[in-house]
Design a binder for this molecule. Sequence first.
Ligand SMILES: *Cc1c(COP(=O)(O)O)cnc(C)c1O
Length: 316
Amino acid sequence: MLNDLQRETLTLPPSPLQEIFDERVTEAGLRLLVKRDDLLAPAPGDPWCGNKWRKLKYNLLHAQEQGFDTLISFGGAHSNHLAALAGAGRWLGFRTVGIVRGEPIASPTLERAEADGMELHFVSRREFSRLLSEELPRAWEVKYPRHYLLPMGGSNSLALSGCAELAGEIINQLGDAPTTVAVSCGTGGTLAGLVLGLRGRSRVLGVAALKGDFLDREVQHLLQAAEAEEHEGWEIINDYHFGGFAKYSPELLDFIRWFQDRHAIQLEPLYTGKLFFGLYDLMAKGYFAPGHTVVAVHTGGLQGLAGFETRFQVKV
Ligand SMILES: *Cc1c(COP(=O)(O)O)cnc(C)c1O
């Protein structure tokens, strides 16, 4: 059974919807609003936040109802998903296990996950792919008899249901459906959830954070698995990944600093920096018709900033 505090962590009030103003937005003739899911967390700075809070919400309720006591999932050494899972486990009293791809390396993300009680298993890339696609080894089944397994990035149908709630919140806060809702894409789960929730009332624009044309197929697949009625009205733009996941350029970092200066909203270079960089570039190119309202989802991810700065020896 969950106590009241635990229940509260699963029913947070809507994050703010904040309109932002600057000359570039004015020039494009748009309204631009930011859905501040970076502020969506059971406590400020908690790694269980942003879109990872939404993606885990119904998975955690399901695991709790089904009597699972252990949550197991997969990720890289800088995975926001694993950090969030560890945080959620600490709040809700689940044991958490992270299967990490590659050799152990110094990572503030994994240190935090361990501090939040996560058990880490480092496996080779080959072993990692095998574990992702097959069942867990017998020994693990014995060690964690009542475990609930979450896919890499946490994207499954229950994750989509959590992200679908963004739609109602945005429409309520704005008083109408915006023309476009824009979001950064890793696995595409958050975008698929938006499509599910918006049911065609707004266009959904995804900006891919990594290279690979697998995303369109993946989103279709997720929508089918969730038995979504609406499969149309979304698009993924692959022009702003800066060469791939965790790749960046000085221009991207400059943009992030400009945005922070101008709007006092912190972005990070893996996901949200690329989203807003892309949106501002598309605005300048006349991609959005004047008079349109664009809501950009700030999916959070700020826990990853320290890891990024350590890894690349830069200050964002
Ligand atoms: C994980 C993550 C994403 C990607 O979400 P998907 O549902 O995998 O597409 C986007 N933004 C942030 C900040 C994230 O941590």
